[in-house]
Ligand binder design. Structure first.
Ligand code: SF4
Length: 181
């Protein structure tokens, strides 16, 4: 109950936040999807058009691919959650600026602390720049950073048109199954 209260408090603070310019054009803050007690936490990039309209992370085409990845990993609903680096959509789907990532990072860190996953999966470069800006990671990296087990894989949107990346990604996930099973 205490954890849920703390999650609710941080999510209320996100809804009220005006810490960077992105709040000026946002329709809905995009906060989290999935379990309150996940084994695996995915960190995406920034909300896009569908997410801004609904307030739900990964609800568009990339979300369908993330669902496929979660299914491939055999993760039941209680074992995963997904958050983004920034909670407001950047105009025209541009990448978040460094200052915006920094402004929103305290929320990301608090979400990680409260959700306390066994494994964090960074979905692409923006997630890595937000989580560990001084620690560049290649695709397929597996490291301990700040006492957290981290994997970096392709963002689902990067798999939409590139079949070879999907094959590589699923092969890599097969090799790492011991980390969440
Ligand atoms: S992106 Fe994050 S820091 Fe910027 S206004 Fe939205 S919630 Fe606040």
């Amino acid at each position: 109950m205490m954890l849920n209260n703390e999650l609710s408090a941080i999510e209320d603070a996100i809804r009220d936040c005006q810490r960077c310019e992105l709040h000026e054009t946002v329709t809905n803050k995009v906060i989290r999807k999935g379990s309150d007690d996940p084994k695996v936490l995915f960190i995406g990039e920034a909300p896009g058009k569908n997410e801004d309209e609904t307030g739900v992370p990964f609800c568009g085409r990339a979300g369908t691919i993330l669902d496929e990845i979660i299914g491939y990993m055999d993760l039941p609903d209680e074992d995963w959650a997904v958050v983004n680096t920034v909670k407001c959509r950047p105009p025209k789907n541009r990448n978040p600026h460094k200052m915006e990532l920094q402004s929103c990072k305290p929320f990301l860190i608090k979400q990680i602390e409260l959700l306390d996953p066994d494994l964090i999966i960074l979905l692409g470069n923006t997630a890595q720049k937000a989580f560990c800006p001084d620690h560049p990671l290649e695709w397929g990296a597996t490291e301990m950073i700040e006492d957290r087990c981290i994997l970096k894989i392709y963002h689902p949107a990067a798999l939409i048109y590139t079949r070879s990346r999907r094959v590589d990604q699923y092969r890599f996930l097969d090799e790492q199954r011991h980390l969440w099973q």
